[in-house]
Ligand binder design. Structure first.
Ligand code: SIN
Length: 485
């Protein structure tokens, strides 16, 4: 990668206590578009991880003593540097993750938005004093940073899933040790280099990179100096990590898998709903936890909707994420494309009808064509798991109650979408849907101002928004008695 404007952003080892820490063992990072090796990275050792946690523990004590305005200023420096280097950051991301350059740039801006947001929120950590509930007595609360935060972040958003957690943690006065996905370490390391340049003190922000996720996860979840653990990734892994945290009673937040229903009622604005579906489903080539997974169309509009959807999809150009005219690109690796392919095949075997795209995936590629399967029977595999690819599954329904029951019939509860012009229905359906986030005539639900997070097996804890700091704070109650002279 010798075409970056700032080659210093390209790093090849963990960032611990303000230092780049090489190691003898290396692992390769691939460009998913062509399977070429783009970097060799030092595999973090168990000892280095311990050093990172120790350093974070020491650094946190000083960091929390800075005023909220001082922490905000340093976070703003970080954000400004990210802004300044957005072209390089996007290129690095496209090369290691595969998404298109506009998608990558969008993510850099989105990720930086969390730093801007939490830099401001740092100044708004309010405590309470209650009115006297007993004579001569008051109760006050003190909010303080929880301490050292351990984090594991996914490959689908290699920048924003780090900043959404780290910005909140640092704003609250915590220090941070993150293990990014081994598929996408470069974006995380570039963020670390900019954190260093921004003046984030040594030990406050650490990035450990390695492929032994199980061992690293164990160390982060069991270390007694980690006070809070946060994870974005699959429900299966989240459950395991949550268990591992139990012994040391860590505060935990989990942003896990989704299975989003996208419901279009007869009275919806169809053009608008089609556009919203295409945008949300094809964002990051379908690899988002909030991607519409099951599209429910009410009987009267189903046929018109399908015609318009297929017409819109025929206009989309798929290609290498670095090509100017690519609107969607590839999946993270061949295995991911294979999984989507198997889901499509199984849906068709079970009665689904292929109405766009095809089952023509080449076995040696991470590209999967945009595909639409209609008349998918409720309850089969594809309606129960996360697809994570550009595969649309359409289901027709008749009644409101029926679709609510089907939409809720999943262990997941992250995002959901409804399209209707009926205000009464909006109230009924949003209160009945068992999801942490609901877009009404809207599929662009992610923003630093909106609380992001799920319920049920999609996890707990909210990221972003005014609630995003809560997970990184503890509340002490101080009761005080006043004596008369
Ligand atoms: C995710 O897929 O986990 C995050 C998506 C988002 O922040 O919009």
């Amino acid at each position: 990668m010798n075409d970056l404007k700032s080659p210093a952003l390209l790093k090849s080892c963990s960032f611990i206590n303000g230092q780049w820490q090489e190691a003898l063992d290396k692992f390769d990072v691939y460009n998913p578009a062509n399977n070429e090796v783009i970097a060799q990275i030092s595999e973090v050792s168990a000892e280095q991880i311990d050093n990172a946690i120790e350093a974070a523990s020491v650094a946190q004590k000083k960091w929390q003593q800075k005023t909220s305005f001082q922490r905000a200023e340093i976070l703003q420096n970080w954000s400004a540097l990210i802004d300044q280097h957005q072209d390089d950051l996007a290129l690095i991301m496209t090369r290691e993750q595969g998404k298109t350059l506009p998608d990558a740039k969008g993510e850099i801006i989105y990720g930086k938005g969390f730093i801007d947001w939490f830099a401001e929120e740092a100044k708004r950590i309010y405590s309470d004093t209650t009115s006297n509930h007993i004579e001569h007595k008051s109760v006050q609360t003190i909010k303080q940073p929880i301490g050292v935060v351990g984090a594991i972040t996914p490959w689908n958003f290699p920048n924003a899933m780090i900043t959404r957690k780290a910005a909140a943690a640092l704003a609250a006065g915590c220090s941070f040790v993150v293990k990014p996905a081994s598929e996408t370490p470069l974006s995380a390391l570039a963020l670390a280099e900019l954190a260093r340049q921004a003046g984030i003190p040594d030990g406050v922000f650490n990035v450990i990179v390695g492929t032994n996720s199980q061992k690293i996860g164990e160390q982060l979840t069991t270390h007694k100096k980690i006070n809070k653990f946060t994870f974005t990734g699959s429900t299966k892994v989240g459950k395991l990590l949550n268990k591992q945290c139990a012994n040391s009673i860590k505060k935990v937040s989990l942003e896990l898998g989704g299975n989003a229903p996208f419901i279009v009622f007869d009275d919806a604005n169809i053009e608008h709903a089609v556009d919203a579906l295409v945008a949300a489903k094809l964002r990051n080539c379908g690899q988002t936890c909030i991607s519409p997974n099951r599209v429910y169309l009410q009987h009267n509009i189903a046929s018109t909707f399908k015609t318009k959807l297929v017409a819109a999809l025929k206009q989309i150009k798929q290609g290498n994420g670095e090509c100017q005219d690519s609107q969607i690109a590839c999946l993270i690796h061949k295995k991911a494309a294979e999984k989507v392919h198997q889901l499509a095949e199984s849906a068709i075997k079970n009665g689904g009808k292929l109405i766009h795209g095809g089952l023509t995936k080449s076995p040696d590629s991470s590209f999967y064509p945009i595909t639409v399967i209609d008349e998918v029977p409720h309850g089969i595999d594809i309606t129960q798991c996360e697809i994570f690819g550009p595969l649309f599954t359409l289901i027709t329904f008749n009644e409101e109650r029926e679709v609510i029951d089907q939409a809720n019939d999943t262990e997941f509860g992250l995002a959901s979408y409804i399209f209707t012009e009926n205000a009464n229905r909006v109230y009924r359906v949003t209160t009945a849907l068992e999801y942490g986030m609901i877009g009404v005539n809207d599929s662009a639900i992610s923003h630093p101002i909106a609380p992001f997070g799920g319920i049920k097996h999609s996890g707990f804890g909210k990221e972003g928004s005014k609630y995003g700091l809560d997970d990184y704070l503890i509340i002490k109650a101080v009761t005080q008695k006043f004596y008369h002279q």
